[in-house]
Design a protein around this ligand. Structure first.
Ligand SMILES: [Zn+2]
Length: 612
């Protein structure tokens, strides 16, 4: 799916369209842990071990240890039974793995033959230390080059990162005071964005009590379409990995209320999405100010938060409405064991939204005149419509939804194997997977077999491509564009879905490869997640991180990643570079260093799938 905007050909991908429009308007403003267990002792031990590990890694940084950026590892770590590879980009022959505590050599080996990597321009040798399975903290030493950052080998290597990444959503909460507590003193803000009203484009007027939800990205807007993609990814993580996630405490205000914390956090956003539904069932597209505020804390953004519509009847957009239909249908089944009333309310909303899109299947949204905030201008809503049908079928078992899916799904074949075709605007594949996981009499076995076969074939293709890529990442050359880190995470999601259909160690290892890329095994030797790893991103395009007094950014946030399309001044000023190198850890580089809830959710899914 491609879009033409003012003669520029741009991929049909989230922020690219959003920001490209923005740019074309010549707006120069600075856009600017585990298995559920009742064994208290085991939990305690695990927490203690994680704390020790964290201290060790922090101690390394404070001890002034300098790692060579030419030795790239996952700075968080590797599960014991997984494939373990470090990348070396300076000429050398051998490597050693050493124990961090005393420098004892625990493994030594030869580096692989050097190969060029066209995407980064690096010459690459691999250090394979898969045979090392003993739990511990280690580093790689390469004679003549130096040493790597420390990393862990342990079954729960990603528990802490999952905690930070999922808890980052709490930090994005709007309409309430937020405080990350004694663990992160100073990371807090008072209540924000209570001044809400209808924009003239919405078909209504006056003040309205619509608050809540998550700030979308580096800005303080809230957009139903991206909210839907985000929320559904998190609920899918719950549906697939719930037993691993149920007992993980996020230390949020709802902790201890009897509902798993991940579901309580997601509900914060669901409640806002439900408020965006009009009485006729349609859903307004977004709630934002008319333009982006400067780099201020959320409570200091005093522009009214306005509910915006299409400017003409029926005012609501089909993509936003279909998103709510799908997400509320998931909520109806996921929350039923914990809050029957909320589940029932969600189902009513989903049915009303479905009825609305049946009448208005293709009402699309563009920014009203004078409005400069994000657009999320999805021009095709039939994929969201299909997705809603699958979710409603799975939840209700009513034949009309099944019929719609069977009659329409073929239009969206095959499942794309490249990242730029997947994202918040392309949701058919979410519908596919939901349908294939539905165990109801009447589910079409031919469609299920087809979807499984497509998913497995795509997963094999991605796995093979990743194993052949010098950096062991699934990204293709053209994937290095806006939100490339989300593409890497999405490859992981697809591989974990394929593994659910047909367990295959190669799928899990390849999903891990994409996680290793995000956590430091990349050309920059940089963890793209704030406050995670010894050399993380420090200057994300994220207003609270830029405006508060803390030296470090808010924790657990994933940056957008390298972007060869260079849509901001920072990237535009770079010299000629290969695509994987077009990234700067600079707050002003919104096209490569912005955080966003949709790729945050992809990271959470990938991490959830790797928890023990
Ligand atoms: Zn807010």
């Amino acid at each position: 799916m491609r879009l033409q905007i003012s003669g520029l050909k741009v991929a049909h991908y989230p922020f690219l369209t959003r920001r490209s429009c923005f740019q074309l308007q010549l707006v120069a403003q600075k856009e600017t842990l585990h298995h559920a267990t009742s064994k208290l002792g085991e939990n305690y031990m695990r927490t203690a071990l994680i704390s020790i590990l964290t201290l060790l890694l922090a101690g390394m940084a404070s001890a002034g240890i300098t790692a060579s950026p030419d030795i790239k590892v996952d700075q968080v770590g590797y599960p014991p039974n997984s494939q373990k590879i470090a990348i070396v980009t300076a000429p050398a022959e051998t490597f050693q793995v050493k124990q961090a505590s005393d420098g004892a050599v625990v493994l030594q080996g030869k580096l692989s033959a050097a190969v060029p990597d066209n995407d980064s321009g690096d010459t690459i040798q691999a250090a394979d230390f898969s045979s090392l399975r003993k739990t511990g903290v280690y580093y790689i030493e390469v004679p003549g080059v130096g040493r790597s950052w420390d990393f862990a080998i342990r079954p729960d290597a990603y528990s802490r990162t999952y905690y930070l990444a999922m808890r980052a959503f709490y930090g994005q909460r709007c309409g309430t005071a937020v405080d990350l507590g004694p663990e992160f003193p100073g990371f807090s803000h008072p209540v924000c964005h209570l001044d809400a009203r209808f924009h003239s484009s919405s078909g209504k007027e006056g003040p309205v009590h619509v608050t809540g939800g998550w700030h979308d990205a580096g800005d303080y807007g809230r957009y139903v379409v991206n909210s839907g993609a985000t929320t559904s990814t998190l609920l899918r993580a719950w549906e697939m990995f719930g037993p691993k996630l149920a007992s993980i405490k996020l230390n949020i205000p709802e902790t201890g209320n009897g509902t798993p914390d991940i579901l309580s956090e997601v509900r914060w956003n669901l409640e806002w999405m439900l408020k965006m539904q009009d009485e006729d069932g349609g859903v307004w597209h977004k709630q934002t100010s008319e333009r982006f505020c400067g780099f201020v804390m959320p409570q200091d953004d005093h522009m009214p938060s306005e509910i915006m519509g299409t400017g003409a009847p029926p005012y609501k957009s089909s993509c936003a409405t279909a998103n709510l239909a799908a997400v509320a249908a998931i909520a109806a089944r996921v929350y039923a064991p914990y809050d029957k009333d909320f589940a029932a309310r969600s189902l009513v909303a989903a049915r009303k939204a479905w009825a609305w899109i049946e009448v208005h299947p293709n009402v699309t949204f563009t920014n009203p005149p004078g409005v400069q905030t994000g657009v999320y201008d999805d021009r095709v809503c039939s994929d969201e419509h299909l997705w809603a049908a699958a979710e409603l079928w799975r939840t209700t078992g009513e034949p009309a939804y099944n019929r719609y899916f069977i009659e329409n799904y073929r239009k969206f074949r095959p499942i794309p194997s490249v990242g730029y075709a997947v994202g918040w605007s392309s949701e058919a594949v979410m519908g596919f997977w939901t349908y294939a996981l539905t165990k109801r009499t009447g589910t079409d076995p031919h469609a299920v077999a087809d979807i499984r076969q497509m998913t497995l074939a795509t997963a094999r293709e991605i796995a093979e491509r990743t194993q052949n890529n010098p950096y062991h990442v699934g990204l293709t050359t053209r994937d290095y564009e806006w939100g490339s880190n989300d593409f890497a995470a999405h490859y992981g999601i697809l591989l974990l879905m394929a593994n659910a259909f047909e367990p295959n160690r190669a799928f899990v290892d390849t999903a891990l490869d994409n996680l290793h890329y995000l956590l430091g095994r990349n050309t920059f030797s940089l963890s793209f997640v704030t406050q995670v790893g010894s050399n993380p991103v420090r200057h994300p395009h994220h207003r609270p991180s830029g405006a508060d007094n803390n030296p470090e950014p808010w924790p657990g946030l994933l940056a957008g990643g390298p972007n060869a399309a260079r849509q901001d001044r920072v990237l535009a000023s770079l010299p000629f570079l290969p695509p994987a190198k077009i990234y700067v850890d600079n707050q002003d580089s919104y096209a490569s260093n912005e955080i966003a809830i949709n790729w945050q959710a992809s990271l959470v899914f990938l991490l959830a799938g790797q928890l023990p």
